[in-house]
Ligand binder design. Sequence first.
Ligand code: FBP
Length: 262
Amino acid sequence: MIPIDDSPIVRDGKSLILAMDHGLEHGPVDFEEVPEKLDPAAVFETATHDAVTAMAVQKGVAEGYYPSYEDDVNLLAKLNGTSNLWMGEPDSPVNCSVEYAAELGADAVGFTVYSGSNHEVEMFEEFRDAHETAREYDLPVVMWSYPRGQGLKNDTKPGTISYATRIALELGADIAKVKYPGSPEAMEHACRAAGDMKVVMSGGSKTSDYEFLSTVEAAVQAGAKGLAVGRNVWQREDPTRILDALEKVIYEEETADAALES
Ligand code: FBP
């Protein structure tokens, strides 16, 4: 097993994963204000920024677009994913095998686990298969660790997020992507609950430059090892500007203010 810090998706112990699977998870509505980003090539261009350590996409997008970017972008193949066109307890079908992700040139694989859902048992079993196969291919595993379901009224409360990071550690993930639990103290506890596993913060819906960067700053100061972000980067008119600032906040541990000024 290759140490996670030696993986191409990690830079100086941290990661900035640019996610663009929203067309599946949310639908084209996420691209309404930035219609030019409906073309996956436009987001792959953004991912060539030095701050980005991997781009997370589904299989179909990887097949069509990754060959043109494989020299400049590291691929994180998302193995499961679902639309929001149906109702019911959270679940996410496995759309891609680890073997096929490796064939596509993936540097890592990503897997959503909705702990707390009535489908938790199957999702844990599917994660086990993916995780153990990924180990055979020396591919790091990033868990989108999202406790969600009818038993969970608030999926970002501190105890839920530290449970989410702990589940990811227990099940063998190398990196867990979790939502920000609302305060630096809660994030710190979530990182401690993760032991030696890396925790990255989920970006969420688009906010102002300052609000977004100061939350990233708080998360990094609390022990998060970076960010997995989509809309807060590619829904911006100038993704390069925010990536320049994120590079400073994440890798150089500058404040949001300092990063925005320079
Ligand atoms: P965002 O930073 O835009 O939220 O993207 C990260 C991500 O995990 C995507 O991979 C995914 O499409 C989306 O968030 C799912 O978010 P949610 O399940 O909260 O709607």
